[in-house]
Design a protein around this ligand. Sequence first.
Ligand SMILES: Nc1ncnc2c1ncn2[C@@H]1O[C@H](COP(=O)(O)OP(=O)(O)OP(=O)(O)O)[C@@H](O)[C@H]1O
Length: 291
Amino acid sequence: MTGFAVQVRDLGVRYGDTQALDGASLDLPAGAIVGLLGRNGSGKTTLLSVLAALRKPSTGSVLVDGEDPFENERVMERVCLIRESGDVMADEKLSDTLDLVAAARPTWDGEYAAELLDAFELSLRKRPGTLSRGQRSAVGAVIGLASRAPLTIFDEVYLGMDAPSRYRFYDALLADYVEHPRTIILSSHLISEVERLFEEVVVLEAGRVLLAEDADSVRARGATVTGPKDRVAEATRDLTVIGRRDLGPTAEVTVFDALGADERARLDAAGLDIGPVGLQDLFVHLTGGKS
Ligand SMILES: Nc1ncnc2c1ncn2[C@@H]1O[C@H](COP(=O)(O)OP(=O)(O)OP(=O)(O)O)[C@@H](O)[C@H]1O
């Protein structure tokens, strides 16, 4: 099992007057950890709910493992969407929710779930309604990981978790992914924390796909060029400049281009420094600088 591939074509979803998705197209390979990024309201949750067959598209098409997921039992029981809201029975013991999940998911691993519950210090006897917000998020993390679904989706699930719990989740996810490769989508605003996990990156903007690429090539395209203002301006004139910062007589410009060896040598010869850019900074520059 290497996970499900996803194909989205010209996807549109409308809620009344709001066009939440507007011609979104993308391909996700089977067996990759995908970072889904986008500013508030860009359509991330809407896209994920279509992939998980919770919502029917208004226009366009979605294929999960080659099939339309809507009302498709085989696909639906193998796609696990964990939302911040939890989807657990708040007033029943956690063990009751886990029994239901186990019955619904052919890929569920009960032993692994028990290990994770231990790691997150969660008791099966607790009722989720009595847990703190962070503990409820940890329940979602446990269900998502132990489901081992060929398409597993975490929609901002770890928001309420404190930093040690979030890192425990990231580490568990990576370790389990290596043992049991599958397709995992993480939507997150905590980009600098999770970006090391990403193999593919999708950026949504106003319901459209701004970028869908493997993470290494996105990282490789970002660079800062720093030096005296005039020289930086001259040297970057023909490059795709997505950000600029003036520090007195010095300028730092962020470019988004595949800089080849010749280009780098030219910038170097002009006495300019070339530096790396993290995904978080690239995201901020690409989506308007105010995120
Ligand atoms: N049930 C709904 N009814 C009406 N409008 C909705 C509904 N759900 C989402 N929207 C609108 O659709 C757009 C996309 O929302 P969505 O929740 O998909 O964005 P998002 O990228 O997940 O945002 P965030 O990062 O804030 O969670 C927004 O303009 C939102 O207001």
